[in-house]
Each structure stands twice: as C-alpha cells, then as structure tokens.
Design a protein around this ligand. Structure first.
Ligand code: NAD
Length: 384
C-alpha cells in the first residue's frame, strides 16, 4: 500500500471534518493508498499545536509555505477561508503537490481559472470538496437519472436555507464569521451555499446555460471583528435565481441565512416525464422517488398504489452503504467526507480522477459569477 503524506491547512470546521475522514477512510474502504497525517498548519499558533495533537498530526506549522518546501508532503489540503485558496493552490501545484481544496474553489472565476491552469500544467491530482455528492441518497438520485427513471427533465428546484445571521449583533470577520466579509468570502450565500446547490444541480441535470438573479443584503452594516468598527456589509444575505439548463429544463434556486428555523435546509427536487426525486439534507438518509405509470400501458392493477416512495438509503445495494453498517443503520454528515476521500484515493489508483476536480469547480464558479452579475445588472446572463 502506498502512503500519501498530508499537509492540511486551516483548523476550523472543515479542518476537523477532513482530519476525521483521513483517520477513518482506510478502516472502511479497501484502498491502495493510505493517508498519513504528517503536518497541520494554522496561522494561529496555539490552535495549530492543539489541533495537531488532537487529531494526531506528526507536527505543526504556522506558515503554509513551509509545508510546500517539504519533500515529505505529498498532498496539500486547503481548509482556509475562500480568499486564501488561490495563492496556496497555485504554489502547491507548482511545488508538485496533489491538492484537495474546499469549496467554493475561489472567490471568482478569474482566480479559479488560474488555479485550474496551475494544476493542469503541473499534472497533479486535484479535487474540490463538494461533499454533498457523497451523501448516499444524492448519489442514488444520480443513479436514478442515469438509469433513465426520471426521463426528460422539466423542472429542477433547489433551496439552501439557514437562519444564523438574522441578529444585527452578529459581527463580520474572524473565525467562521469571515463569511459575512466580502473581502474574505468573495460573496455571501451565493458562493457559500448556492455553490453546493449548483454543483449538485449540474451533476444531476447537466450544465446551466443562462441565469437571472436577485440578491438582498438585509443588514447593511455590522461591526467588524478585526477593525472593531461598524462597516458596510457587502455580501449577499439572500439570493434567488432562475436558470435554464442546456437540456431545456427550468430551474429555481433560493438561498438565505434569514429563514427562521432553517439550519442547513439544503433541498432539491427534479421533475421529469418518467418520475421525480426529492432530497432534504435535514433528513439525509432518505431519497423520495415518484415513479410515473403510464395509464396507456394497460396495467390498471396497481393504480391505487401510485405515490411517492420514501427510500431509506441504507441497504448494501445503495451507494457507499456496503462499506458502512447493516441495513437500517444510518450514516451522517461526517461520512460524506470519508466517502469523498475514498473516491479520491480510488481515482489515484485507477487513473480515473475523482470528480469534481478543479475544472469542474471552475464551472460552479462561473455560474456563481453569472448569478451575481445578473443580480447587479438585472439581465439574463449566458454562461460560457
Ligand atoms: N464542504 C462544505 O460543506 C463546507 C462547509 C463549511 C466550510 N466550507 C469551506 O471550507 C473553508 C474553510 O471554512 P471553515 O468553516 O472551516 O472556516 P473556519 O473559520 O472554521 O476555519 C478556518 C481556519 O483557517 C485558519 N486560517 C485562516 N487563514 C489561514 C492561513 N492563511 N493559513 C493558515 N490557516 C489559516 C483560521 O485560523 C481558522 O482556524 C471555506 O472555503 C469554506 O467555504 C465547506
């Protein structure tokens, strides 16, 4: 078995989910590669030390450049806020390191394009952590599409709703709250939440061709943690957009952090001629599926049973589930990262790179930028 020495940067929410996944992936998946938690890096020295000790990294650093200079680091995992992705990724690719980068790939399309050029020039393996593709129920939805069970698609409907920024007291800047600071995040809910919805939508229903959008910033000024001053808020607090997919179907997308009671309400529904699927991340073990029975088929015996099926996605036949527990026993949020890493290492082994890679992440970035441009100009925007 080959080892892959990991240098992970950023010890917040995602640093924890990725570290947990590296520790567990070989225990559940039979792989030709084994990640080794070599070095952890965070700008905050005390966090770097305690995080490294807690998760079992061999050493820690506070300057990510030192990781790139080390010959014993094979893969750089970027778990820092969005505005730092580009510089680290390009330098890491130039140093010949494999890359896993958190979403969104960058803060805009221009940056994402530079990142794609860097990894493709260096020919290093790369993946963007759109982990929701690895929710077994979402992977099952993709399987149903591939099996032709949805048929000609008509509508795609996505929501991604949260409620944690309703209070005017929530400041901008600093750990986690950098999401409210446009300089660091790039955008608000569009890059943070809708990037996930767009990645899932394009994976299930193909490319989005055109969008028209509106955004709103409900609270115009907030205290900034770093300056201590009240500053203008420049992110989108909420965004809604309409989309036309290349396959002719119509999409609606809505995201906000002002939906009281909604915590991580990430849903989608795809309606086709032959059937529909519906998913809700707050109920992630289930995929709902409606199978249409054509009355002209002549089979009138089962009409009274027509209706939505709520599939408990825990059978060994379901995606990823033969690696986990027995039927009926669920997996959760953290397992999506383990499944993603398993796919990444399998890609190294087979030579068929795991998706979404950086080029695929660039697609999502283009859609996000088109959404924001449309919200600014009030026009429909075509996506190249
Ligand atoms: N896949 C998902 O579902 C998902 C969920 C949450 C966040 N994210 C993404 O993950 C990334 C990180 O988000 P988070 O929630 O973990 O943030 P966080 O604020 O919880 O943690 C970020 C960490 O990075 C450190 N840091 C910042 N700049 C650094 C630098 N230059 N060098 C080293 N360390 C640095 C900070 O000290 C902090 O510990 C973001 O791009 C975010 O969009 C993805």
């Amino acid at each position: 078995m080959k080892t892959v020495n990991i240098g992970l940067i950023g010890g917040g929410f995602m640093g924890r989910t990725h570290s947990n996944a590296y520790r567990k992936v070989n225990a559940f998946f039979k792989l030709g590669y084994r990640p080794v938690l070599k070095t952890f890096c965070d700008v905050n020295e005390s966090k770097a030390k305690t995080f490294a000790e807690n998760w079992g990294y061999e050493s820690h650093e506070t300057d990510w450049r030192k990781l790139l200079a080390r010959k014993d680091i094979d893969l750089i995992d970027i778990c820092v806020p969005n505005m730092a992705h580009r510089e680290i990724a390009i330098a890491a690719a130039e140093a010949g390191k494999m890359l896993i980068c958190e979403k969104p790939l960058a803060i805009n399309t221009a940056e994402a394009e530079q990142m794609v050029s860097a990894v493709e020039k260096a020919k290093v393996a790369n993946m963007v952590m759109f982990n929701y593709r690895r929710v077994p129920a979402i992977t099952l939805a993709r399987q149903l599409v591939d099996e032709g069970r949805i048929g000609r698609p008509f509508h795609y409907r996505a929501t991604y709703l949260q409620d944690w920024t309703i209070s005017t007291d929530v400041p901008q800047g600093g750990d986690a709250l950098w999401r409210l600071d446009a300089k660091v995040a790039g955008s608000g809910v569009t890059g943070d939440l809708l990037a996930h919805s767009i990645d899932t939508a394009e994976w299930l229903n193909g490319p989005i061709q055109r969008v028209t959008a509106a955004t709103e910033t409900f609270i115009k000024q907030r205290k900034h943690v770093e300056s201590g001053k009240v500053e203008e808020v420049k992110i989108d607090d909420a965004c809604m957009f309409l989309a036309i997919f290349a396959n002719g179907s119509m999409g609606t997308f809505e995201s906000t952090r002002y939906a009281r009671g909604r915590k991580n309400f990430n849903t989608f529904e795809l309606n086709g001629e032959a059937g529909s699927v519906y998913f809700d991340l707050e109920d992630p073990q289930y995929l709902q599926y409606f199978k249409y029975k054509d009355p002209k088929s002549g089979d009138k015996t089962e009409g009274h049973l027509t209706g939505w099926q709520k599939i408990h996605v825990t059978n060994a036949e379901h995606p990823y589930m033969d690696k986990w527990w027995v039927p009926g026993c669920t997996i959760g949020y953290e397992h999506t990262f383990i499944n993603a890493l398993a796919d990444f290492f399998t890609g190294l082994e087979t030579g068929k790179p795991a998706q979404p890679d950086f080029r695929c992440g660039l697609r999502t970035q283009k859609v996000c930028d088109a959404v924001l441009e449309s919200a600014r100009t009030g026009k429909w925007i075509d996506i190249a």
